[in-house]
Design a protein around this ligand. Structure first.
Ligand SMILES: NC(=O)c1ccc[n+]([C@@H]2O[C@H](COP(=O)([O-])OP(=O)(O)OC[C@H]3O[C@@H](n4cnc5c(N)ncnc54)[C@H](O)[C@@H]3O)[C@@H](O)[C@H]2O)c1
Length: 318
């Protein structure tokens, strides 16, 4: 039975905690968060808390850690936790620069630490099925992908850090659209030739963008088009359309529809619906610890997604 430490008990820290508590292989969850209000919330759930994560690491016997803190803290906290040589589930984005990511990868490899990155859509049943269909050649070579993360987020109600360059580093692409870019990199598996990115502030006057449009051009000539926005009220669209030589897939977490051109063109809707990808992600991480398996989203895998993200921001700074 595992004892898990969760660093950062905000929105996603609470989600990690709940799923750990529901996992039969987890004994206790312990929280570290500098905010008293958040520690009180955790204590109301019967959880032991620490103000400082280093105290938690020093005083508790922990088997693994989730890092659920603001983006600018990921590097320092991850490197420090690695000194304790226990598995880490690190929230996306890995860190805020290529150099920071290299440092994390280098130390993780040197100390042989299991690190999984929370690219959560890889744990969605429908997204997993899309990957399987692509791998089995059902739609042939991918030619064109449309990726959307359109979901209204009121920046005025957000924790302040999410709107500042220093702490969040980026806005809708870095925080949300990254899930779609990760799915594109994962589904396509192709090398990127070039990108075009356009960060915009259409509604909120913050340091980080509320909208990001872009394209990712792959070396084989295929292309992905991105629409990410936090200002789109009413019609939430988080998913991908993947157009191949022989067919197409439309996927969200709610459903997958598959168009195939055999003898008779047809639409196929597998009997598979919405899944709790956050639960699947935590269960996978626990399973990887218990069975000493390599997680499906390693730092190296996440680094490919981060490269696409950094390229997209850099292309806009011309
Ligand atoms: N995988 C997903 O689907 C998903 C969803 C939401 C957020 N996230 C990611 O999770 C991370 C946290 O986002 P959030 O929405 O929960 O933010 P949040 O602001 O709700 O929570 C962050 C928490 O970290 C705490 N914190 C700050 N510095 C700390 C430190 N040094 N030690 C311990 N705790 C500290 C804050 O007090 C706060 O409670 C981000 O990287 C975000 O991108 C991932």
């Amino acid at each position: 039975m595992l004892n898990i430490g969760v660093i950062g008990y905000g929105f996603i820290g609470k989600v990690h905690t709940q799923h750990y508590m529901n996992n039969p292989n987890v004994n206790r969850v312990i929280i570290a968060d500098p905010l008293e209000e958040n520690r009180k919330n955790a204590e109301k759930m019967g959880l032991k808390t620490y103000e400082n994560f280093e105290d938690m690491l020093n005083l508790e016997k922990l088997d693994a850690i989730s890092i659920c803190t603001p983006h600018h803290t990921h590097r320092d906290i991850t490197l420090r936790v690695m000194d304790f040589k226990i598995p880490i589930l690190l929230e996306k984005p890995v860190a805020t620069s290529r150099e920071e990511i290299k440092e994390i990868i280098e130390k993780g490899e040197r100390l042989n630490i299991k690190v999984m990155v929370a690219h959560s859509l890889r744990f969605s049943d429908t997204f997993r099925l899309a990957k399987k269909l692509i791998e089995e050649g059902e739609i042939g070579e991918i030619l064109f992908i449309i990726g959307k993360y359109l979901a209204f987020k009121d920046y005025n109600q957000y924790p302040k850090w999410k709107t500042t360059k220093k702490e969040a580093w980026g806005g809708t692409l870095f925080r949300d659209g990254i899930h779609i870019v990760d799915a594109i990199v994962w589904f396509s598996g192709k090398k990127i030739a070039s990108v075009n990115g356009l960060p915009l502030n259409l509604l909120f006057n913050t340091e980080v963008e509320d909208t990001f449009l872009g394209t990712i051009n792959f070396q084989d000539g295929s292309i992905a088009q991105l629409s990410m926005s936090s200002i789109t009220k009413g019609f939430e669209q988080i998913g991908l359309e993947i157009y191949g030589e022989k067919g197409s897939i439309k996927v969200t977490n709610d459903e997958l529809v598959f168009y195939k051109e055999d003898d008779t063109p047809r639409y196929i809707k597998p009997a598979i619906g919405a899944s709790d990808f956050w639960k699947n992600q935590i269960d996978h991480f626990v399973d990887c610890i218990i069975k000493n398996k390599e997680p499906i989203v390693t730092l190296k895998e996440a680094e490919k997604t981060m490269e696409a993200i950094f390229m997209l921001y850099e292309s806009a700074k011309v």
